[in-house]
Design a protein around this ligand. Structure first.
Ligand SMILES: Cc1cc2nc3c(=O)[nH]c(=O)nc-3n(C[C@H](O)[C@H](O)[C@H](O)COP(=O)(O)OP(=O)(O)OC[C@H]3O[C@@H](n4cnc5c(N)ncnc54)[C@H](O)[C@@H]3O)c2cc1C
Ligand SMILES: NC(=O)c1ccc[n+]([C@@H]2O[C@H](COP(=O)([O-])OP(=O)(O)OC[C@H]3O[C@@H](n4cnc5c(N)ncnc54)[C@H](OP(=O)(O)O)[C@@H]3O)[C@@H](O)[C@H]2O)c1
Length: 257
């Protein structure tokens, strides 16, 4: 086999769990460096022509979990036309996989200004993964007065992690507000539509029973780049500004493609 490129290390697939036809969790063990909740690393496979195909994937579990940081969960959607994701979906327990030794990314709690009381985590699709990692951080409940998790998906079948969300509701009690949004079905008890319009008309705040405000709120937007772009414009319209290290604002984002 081709030499392993610099930065990648060999790991093994522990198991795969299929949520839907296209959505799955891949559990991987690899001796990677420690990381911060919310970060991503690379998954890679040889391409069969002497090269490698590698892509970024967020780590779903918290690095402080009992199993340790080297057992990782990745939540992945297989794109039928994609080069790597369908191959990842065909992996099984015991298969070889290559993983970036060092995780990266700035969507972490260190980047959130200390003055923030209310943390808003807005995701589409698989981007709920890094937010689960963040939410499972020990002692996070002490830091924030309110934490709102928004998960926007196409169909009800993609509203996953219900058991973990129930555990978070038990742990954070009234501080934690979960807002499920479905865009292509009407399902009682969930919001219908897309994040930007549901922010603009106040439905997300009403559902969460929590108000956004410039002084206390900080938002992370993660997932589909057009959601991130449209939500950023909506937030600008509502008077919020992008957060920069040089100039404090109220929101920051990570695009998945
Ligand atoms: C920071 C970060 C974190 C991420 N985390 C996750 C995660 O947790 N889970 C997750 O599922 N994804 C995540 N992603 C996305 C992931 O990295 C991959 O982009 C995704 O899995 C698609 O990879 P692929 O190789 O299957 O598709 P690709 O081969 O990259 O193709 C993607 C699309 O582009 C089209 N395409 C490719 N090449 C061409 C071409 N030459 N001309 C025209 N069209 C083309 C394909 O048809 C396909 O529809 C993340 C991305 C980033 C940047
Ligand atoms: N989900 C699947 O079953 C499936 C199957 C095969 C391939 N894929 C591919 O996998 C990738 C990810 O799919 P995904 O379903 O996880 O994520 P997605 O396509 O990003 O959809 C997730 C949610 O984001 C919403 N959204 C899209 N654009 C938006 C915008 N500009 N502003 C606000 N919200 C927006 C979608 O609403 P709308 O429904 O209104 O678009 C949906 O509710 C896509 O490339 C997709 O083509 C998905």
């Amino acid at each position: 086999m081709t030499d392993i490129p610099h930065g990648l290390i060999k790991g093994v697939v522990l198991s795969r769990y299929d949520w839907t036809d296209h959505l799955f969790s891949l559990f991987v063990e690899a001796p990677i460096e420690t990381y911060q909740a919310g970060q991503f690393t690379k998954l890679a496979l040889p391409d069969g022509n002497g090269g490698w195909v590698r892509r970024a994937y967020s780590i779903v579990n918290n690095p402080k979990q009992a199993e340790g940081h080297q057992q990782m969960e990745f939540l992945i959607i297989a794109d039928d036309n994609g080069e790597l994701s369908p191959r990842l979906q065909s992996l099984n327990s015991g298969d070889e996989i290559f993983v970036g030794k060092e995780a990266a990314g700035f969507m972490t709690m260190n980047e959130v200004p200390k003055s923030v009381d209310d943390l808003w985590l807005l995701s589409t699709g698989t981007a709920i993964g890094p937010f689960i990692s963040i939410l499972e951080t020990p002692l996070l409940d002490i830091r924030f007065k309110n934490i709102v998790l928004v998960h926007a998906v196409r169909t009800e079948s993609e509203l996953i992690y219900q058991e973990r969300i129930q555990l978070l509701l038990n742990r954070y009690e009234k501080r934690f507000h979960y807002v499920p949004i479905i865009s292509r079905e009407h399902v009682t008890g969930t919001l219908c539509g897309r994040i930007p319009s549901l922010l603009l008309n106040g439905e997300i705040e009403n559902y969460a029973k929590c108000q956004l405000n410039k002084a206390d709120s900080f938002l992370y937007l993660c997932g589909n780049p057009s959601m991130v772009k449209d939500t950023a414009s909506t937030l600008n319209e509502l008077g919020f500004e992008k957060h920069l290290r040089k100039k404090a604002g109220q929101f920051s984002s990570e695009n998945y493609w």
